[in-house]
Design a protein around this ligand. Structure first.
Ligand code: AMP
Length: 249
């Protein structure tokens, strides 16, 4: 069984971003980029399925600038077999990503596509769902546990207040949630081996997709600064502050 894993290059999640002075977006210049954490979980899950003998080939795909090759190399070092880079400069909205992925699915015929539930840069949480709709495939989003058996995938999903289990006919789309697994660190020998694994380079036009943005960002602003807290000595003082300063009682 072949699995496709789309991996996005995003700002390293440990870093803090600053809003540009013209409020047109966040300033990413000279900041470290890395694989989106939910995509790492998707790669890890695919590799575990391969280790179990369920999956035979893992194809990692990234849509982005030339440097997104590094993100694909990380996936290859974790255990993916080959990569496809669809080179696009500038932002690509989820609908365009989903349309390109549809083209790749048609060319590659995977049985399963495992995506992250969301990319931590734009927090869209849309691509997997849009891809499922474009392909007319069943989807199991926010996966907490995945079991693949013959022609079905059972996905336990994280939903508000608990877990929900759905059984999907293959081919299917799954998106990963945080608790699905803990991604491995690539070992040095695997990083070296990954350098020799093939990466095909394509363009959005190869899939007939126009990546021009359909949305216009009007303004990006910093969240309001948090006010400093105060310690109160007595319950009476607390009640007084809630009544007279916060006005919530
Ligand atoms: P989003 O809908 O943007 O929050 O992204 C959800 C998931 O879609 C990500 O975790 C990736 O698996 C996939 N994805 C989104 N954008 C890209 C991209 N440019 N290249 C590869 N995969 C992507």
């Amino acid at each position: 069984m072949k699995v496709l894993v789309p991996v996005k290059r995003v700002l390293d999640y440990n870093l803090k971003v600053k809003v540009k002075s013209d409020q047109s977006g966040v300033d990413l210049s000279n900041l470290k980029m890395a694989m989106n954490p939910f995509c790492e979980i998707a790669v890890e899950e695919a590799v575990r399925l391969k280790e179990k003998g369920v999956v035979t080939e893992i194809v990692a795909v990234s849509i982005g600038p030339e440097q997104a090759q590094e993100t694909i190399r990380t996936a290859l070092a974790m255990g993916a077999d080959r990569g496809i880079l669809v080179k696009v400069d500038g932002d690509v909205e989820p609908l365009a990503v989903a349309k390109i992925l549809k083209g790749i699915v048609e060319a590659e015929s995977p049985q399963l596509v495992i995506l992250g539930k969301q990319a931590i840069d734009d927090d869209a949480n849309q691509t997997g769902q849009m891809l499922a709709a474009l392909l007319g495939w069943p989807q199991g989003t926010f996966a907490f546990k995945i079991d693949v058996a013959s022609d079905k995938v059972t996905v336990t999903r994280e939903v508000d207040g608990g877990l929900q289990t759905v059984a999907l006919n293959l081919p299917a789309i799954v998106t990963t949630d945080l608790r699905l697994n803990e991604p491995r660190y690539a070992s040095l020998p695997n990083i070296m081996k990954a350098k020799k694994k093939p990466i095909d380079v394509k363009a959005a036009a190869d899939y007939g997709v126009d990546t021009a943005p359909r949305l216009k960002v009007l303004k990006v602003t910093e969240p309001p600064k948090r006010q400093g807290g105060v310690k109160v000595k007595t319950v009476a003082e607390l009640v007084d502050k809630l009544k007279n300063e916060a006005g919530v009682l």
